[in-house]
Structure formats: C-alpha cells, structure tokens
Design a protein around this ligand. Structure first.
Ligand code: FAD
Length: 507
C-alpha cells in the first residue's frame, strides 16, 4: 500500500525498497502479521506497476522513463550507443566512465569515487532490483561465511531461490548452448565431479512464452491482501534515533517539500545499499571501527567468443527479449576460482560493440568476476562537513587493487583462454576488456557480519548491529567473505535469516 501521509509511528521501519529491503519487509510481515511495517525509500515511484523489472516492460519509451527516474541527480538518458563506445574507451583509457541506465555514479551524488570510478547507485522504489540482470548463482566454499552452518546455508538459499523464483530452465536448449556446455564440461571434468560443473545460469525469472523477470513486485506478491505493510517513497531517512542500546525510531525528510519529522519504531531494518547503509549509520553516530571498510567489488574481465558451426544457425534475437541463453561456470576453490558467465551479448549488462556476424557463427560474451583481496583500507570515508545531493554526509572512496588482485586478474585471463578455446575462438589480438573498479555493481563488505565484536565487523551473525538490540542490516554490504558470484541471492538469503531473528526479538 502506498503511504502518502506523514506517519509518526510503526512497529517496524525498513529503510530501502530494493530486493533486500523488500525481502526483509515481506518476511517480517509474514512472521509478525499483527505488526505494522513501514518501508521508507528515498527514490520515487516509477511509472507503471511498482517494483516491476524494467526488462518486462515492452514499451521502450516507458522503460527509458523508468530508468531515468531512478537516476537520482541525473534525470536524463545516457544514450546507449554512446555508452557502448565510451565504456570500451573508458576501460582502456581509464577515464570518462558512464553509469548504466537506471543507475547514477557516486560522483554524481557528490562523492569522490577515488579508485572505484564506476561505483553506482539507484534511487527508486524497487532499487537496483528493478534494473538487475537476475543472475542468481549460489555461493560455494570460501564464498560462504562459516557464521552459518551448512544446513543453515542450504535452507536459507533455498528460501531465497523460491522467493526470487530462481530457475535454471529459463531458456529452451539451443545448438550454441549445447556446444558451450559440452565444451566446458570436457575442459573442467573435476568441477563436474564436485557438483560445480558448467551449467545453465540460475536466473530469477518465471519461464514461459513471455519471460517475467523478477523485481521486488514479485517478492511483494507473497504478502496477503490484508498485510499491514506500507511504502512511502521520496522519503530520505536522515538519522536513526538511538537511546542507550536501542533504536527508538528514525528522522525522515520528505524529498519534494523538505519537511522533516520523526517516526517512532520498535525495530529498524536498514537495507539502503552498500554505500548508503554505512552512511546512514555514520550520520546517526553509530560508527564501529569496521563501518565502511573492507569495501570490495568483483573485478570484471569481459571478452567475446565466436562459436563456429558447419551449418548456418538461426539467430538468437527475439522481438522483445534478445537473449537466447545464459550459462554458468561456477566458482570453486579447487578447480575454477572465478565466476564465469556466458551470454549472448545483446543483453549483456556491459554492452560490447564490434561484433561481426555471419550465418555460421554465433557470438557469446564471456565475462569473469574475480574475487577481491579484502583489506580494511579499501573503504568509504564520510565527511563531517560536506553533504551529498540528498544532504547526507559526502562519501570519498579509498580503493585499490593489490598485487594479489593483479595476479588474480592475470590468472583469470588464463582461465578465460581455456574456457574460450573449449567453445570457440577469442577475438584476438586484444581479447580482454578489464572494466573499471565498481563496474560489477556488486559492492560488498562495508557493514560486514562477524563472529565477535572485535573491530572487524559491524553486525553479528544474524545481521544485528553490535551493541544495539533492535537494529538489523541487510544487503551486499553484510557479506564478509571475498565472493566471485553475483551476490543478490546470498544477500536475500541472509536478509531472510536476519528477518527471522528480528521477528523473534520483537516479542
Ligand atoms: P538496492 O537495490 O540498491 O536498494 C537500496 C534502496 O535503498 C535504493 O532504492 C535507495 O534509494 C534506498 N536508500 C538508500 N539510502 C536511503 C535512505 N537514507 N533513506 C531511504 N532510502 C534509501 N545482482 C545479481 O546478483 N545478479 C545480477 O545479475 C545483477 N545484475 C545487475 C544489473 C544491473 C544493471 C544492476 C543495476 C544491478 C545488478 N545486480 C545484480 C545488483 C543487484 O541489483 C543488487 O545486488 C541488489 O539490488 C541489492 O539489493 P538491495 O535491496 O540491498 O539494494
């Protein structure tokens, strides 16, 4: 239900309406149906049905309007063809980075992105969950924090998969897909043996004639019609009100009018992305040593691979969904220490230009994510005096790749060569495109979980902030491990678990 008034109290306040805030709010409402839940979102409602993934919107003008409205300070289209060229050039020359449609750069917010020039955010009802590509690989080995037992991981991930409607059968089999999977399985037999062999990508999508990509709207569908959940858009949470060990409520500002007031709450769950969650804590005087530190993002290396056939092949492109398949080369410490994702480039989140087409050749995009060497000095610094576009403490990023990172990137390229050779031909002579830090949009670690309050974590294993009885956090920022795979499934799994702990604490 859309909240348009000026509420002054709710049992539970959730900050942020992306997939994680939506998952937490939904789970809390289901577990505590008697409690009122108020979701506060600084971004606006988008045109059309709220929380729907833009990929489901066939009208391209409406889709573009949704993207622009999500871009906070940049209320104009970036122009995709310019983006394609400039993304390539920027990656080579280290300059001129542009954001993807639906997002805006941290620099546009008034921050200094430092060594993470492509750091980007979304501000809208549904958050980045309206714009995401929906890849939902599950974590493995060192990607998983041991704060959860194997059974807890397995049940939480299963619940997250079901909430996000993750399937590995989104696309019908094609000759290219079969070639890709057979070639890769032959190349990595040991990965197959441990259950981490090449396979179809788990995607958050309802298959069918017209695929329906998951956005927060799908998550909200779980709510019964009489659920006491309300969402107020264009409402910035400026401060959490702390008294002793408790958060008593939040201070908010109505973005259009600038009016401010206080909302009392018994429980607060913050899922305001990996930059703005620590920003809000900092603005509230909650400043544990690890806040904003251990910032990490997947270093991303892209390439194009031509897959040749003896016969002419049917083109993959459909009218409203130009994707023919997405394949997954899972991370495993033992065999393949990277996340590989293979897709027809028309729908790649990083558009690539220069594809050559002939009837016997299909081209696929091969992208690798490289886990970061985690360090406390990779961090966000919050300003005491400077304010960002929304009036919150301005953020400066200190971030860099270490020697270990550089070595991992080179190693990733050798794996990419192996993978490409197993399915086709790399575009030589300059096959690899190393994207600017921040390009993956998977920012992690800034409010990380930990086993003890020893200065290296912000929350306990249930995502409750150390030292506060009723403040829980969610989002990619809580992930304490170096991961390779896209993190949203993991973050939703952790948020569902946190919501359970939070619901218990309410009684
Ligand atoms: P967000 O979705 O970022 O939502 C946070 C919300 O909090 C925002 O709407 C913001 O406006 C609001 N907010 C912030 N501060 C405040 C405040 N002070 N007061 C009120 N509201 C506030 N991930 C994957 O796992 N797989 C993919 O394939 C994938 N593809 C992607 C493709 C694109 C183009 C993009 C943009 C992202 C992609 N991602 C992907 C990343 C994924 O979308 C994020 O991991 C996910 O949305 C994080 O969810 P969240 O709810 O924590 O944060």
């Amino acid at each position: 239900v859309r909240e348009t008034g000026r509420p002054v109290a709710a049992d539970i306040v959730v900050v942020g309406s992306g997939p994680v805030g939506s998952a937490a709010a939904t789970r809390l409402a289901l577990l505590r149906p008697e409690a009122s839940v108020l979701v506060l979102e600084v971004g606006p409602w988008l045109p059309g049905t709220a929380g729907v993934n833009v990929k489901n919107v066939p009208d391209l003008e409406q889709r573009a309007a949704m993207q622009v409205r999500s871009q906070g300070p940049i209320q104009q289209s970036y122009g995709v063809s310019v983006l394609q060229d400039r993304t390539r050039r920027a990656a080579r020359e280290g300059s001129d980075v542009l954001a993807r449609p639906g997002t805006f750069l941290l620099s546009a917010l008034g921050g200094a992105p430092g060594g993470m020039p492509a750091a980007a955010l979304s501000s809208n009802v549904g958050g980045m969950g309206v714009h995401w590509t929906c890849a939902c690989p599950w974590p493995y080995g060192s990607e998983r924090t041991d704060l959860l037992s194997a059974d807890e991981w397995s049940s939480s991930l299963q619940e997250a998969r079901s909430l996000l409607r993750v399937t590995q059968n989104a696309f019908p089999a094609t000759a290219t897909g079969e070639r890709v999977l057979a070639g890769l399985r032959e190349e990595y037999p040991d990965a197959v043996k441990i259950g981490r062999g090449p396979t179809t990508m788990p995607l958050a999508v309802s298959p069918g004639e017209h695929r329906e990509w998951t956005g927060p709207a799908k998550i909200w569908e779980q709510l019964p019609s009489d659920a006491k959940v309300r969402l107020r858009a264009e409402t910035l949470v400026t401060r959490l009100i702390v008294e002793g060990d408790d958060v008593r409520g939040v201070e908010v500002r109505d973005v259009p009018t600038g009016e401010t007031w206080r909302i009392d709450a018994r429980l607060v769950f913050v899922a305001a992305d990996s930059f703005r969650t620590p920003q809000l804590l900092w603005a509230s005087g909650i400043r544990p040593q690890a806040l904003g530190r251990y910032l990490n993002d997947h270093t991303q290396v892209m390439s194009l691979v031509d897959v040749d056939f003896d016969e002419p092949q049917e083109r993959a492109s459909g009218d409203d969904d130009p994707l023919a398949g997405v394949y997954w080369l899972p991370f495993s410490d033992e065999v393949h220490p990277f996340h590989g994702q293979i897709m027809h480039f028309e729908l790649s989140p990083v558009p690539l230009t220069g594809e050559v087409r002939n009837a016997n050749t299909q081209t696929v995009g091969l992208g690798y994510f490289v886990p970061k060497d985690l360090r406390p000095e990779d961090r966000i610094v919050f300003s005491e005096s400077r304010r960002d576009f929304y009036g919150m403490p301005a953020m400066t990023v200190e971030y860099g790749l270490t020697e270990v990172d550089e070595e991992r990137i080179e190693l990733a390229k050798t794996y990419m060569r192996r993978s490409a050779a197993a399915i086709g031909r790399l575009r030589e002579p300059d096959p690899f495109l190393l994207l600017q830090p921040g390009s993956s949009l998977h920012y992690q670690g800034t409010v990380r979980m930990g086993a003890t309050d020893d200065g290296t974590s912000v929350t306990d294993g249930t995502c409750r902030v150390w030292g506060l009885s009723n403040l829980y956090l969610g989002g990619n920022g809580v992930i304490p491990t170096p991961t390779a795979g896209n993190p949203t499934l993991t973050s939703v799994a952790l948020a569902l678990r946190a919501a359970e702990a939070a619901a218990k604490s309410l009684s």
